[in-house]
Design a protein around this ligand. Structure first.
Ligand SMILES: [Zn+2]
Length: 269
């Protein structure tokens, strides 16, 4: 009798612990809560193509562009940083402009003065199937990518975006990683197969998110912050800094490719 009571008590304790751990998880503050007092920059929205069909569609989906951009900015910050106390790239003014031009979207500027343009022609193209949800999804995804460029940290001691392929691949890979991490792509459907993380963009982005999901839940934040500590910066140096000396970037890429079924396991070769 005593023994069964003891067992019952043990089960009760285990259940209590399980409850507590799930409660702790769901109590985690949202990006909105953590970053609500953080100055994301003055967001200055300008529509330079008010007569265009793309502009009409944009405004019908996003009635308050400045609030919308600020909300996505907080999601980006929450993906790149642990808290507002980190060393964050400051943004003073963020000019976001709708333009009737070629291309999709791009970020320019520096030293806290950031310019992002978004093409109304691209909005029109996204609306080809008269599906506003598709335009909304695409607009948010593109915005997550460009906003990452505004707030992300950059490698040091290896040249610049224009002169060094490693610098470029990291910058564009992180921008797409933030987009992947926040549901800005269509999952596996949008994941490129093969290639290499040095291809940047989605090749690197999906890989970085896989590292977050399989090696370290804070991988993206630590990888971003590694630029402050690993100088001169390199993919392998940053991987060792974040995950440990026993890791190697090319071995991890291989492991990722095998795990995703993109290449056969060595035994099958
Ligand atoms: Zn980019």
């Amino acid at each position: 009798m005593k023994k069964s009571l003891l067992i019952a008590f043990a089960i009760f304790l285990a259940a209590l612990t399980a409850c507590r751990s799930t409660a702790t998880k769901s109590d985690a503050p949202t990006a909105e809560e953590v970053w609500k007092d953080y100055f994301v920059g003055n967001i200055i929205f300008k529509d330079e193509a008010p007569e265009s069909e793309g502009s009409r569609i944009y405004h019908s989906i996003i009635p308050d562009a400045e609030a919308y951009i600020a909300r996505q900015a907080r999601e980006v910050l929450n993906t790149l940083y642990f808290s507002p106390n980190d060393s964050i790239t400051p943004v003073n003014n963020l000019y976001y402009t709708l333009k009737d031009s070629e291309g999709i979207s791009a970020k320019g500027g520096s030293n806290g003065e950031i310019y992002i343009f978004y093409s109304t022609r691209h909005v029109e193209k996204s609306f080809i199937e008269q599906d506003t949800a598709k335009v909304d999804f695409e607009t948010r995804g593109v915005l997550l990518h460009e906003l990452t460029h505004a707030y992300q940290l950059e490698p040091q001691g290896i040249g610049t975006y224009g002169t060094n392929k490693v610098f470029w691949a990291f910058i564009e890979g992180m921008a797409d990683a933030v987009r992947v991490a926040n549901g800005g792509f269509h999952g596996e459907e949008d994941r490129p197969k093969g290639g290499n993380y040095m291809n940047g963009y989605r090749h690197a982005g999906y890989f970085f998110v896989w590292l977050r999901d399989n090696k370290d839940a804070d991988f993206l934040r630590k990888f971003n912050l590694s630029t402050l500590e690993v100088i001169p910066w390199s993919f392998d140096g940053a991987i060792k800094h974040v995950l440990g000396e026993e890791y190697n970037i090319d071995d991890l890429w291989q492991e990722y490719q095998i795990a995703m079924g993109d290449i056969p396991t060595p035994a099958q070769q």
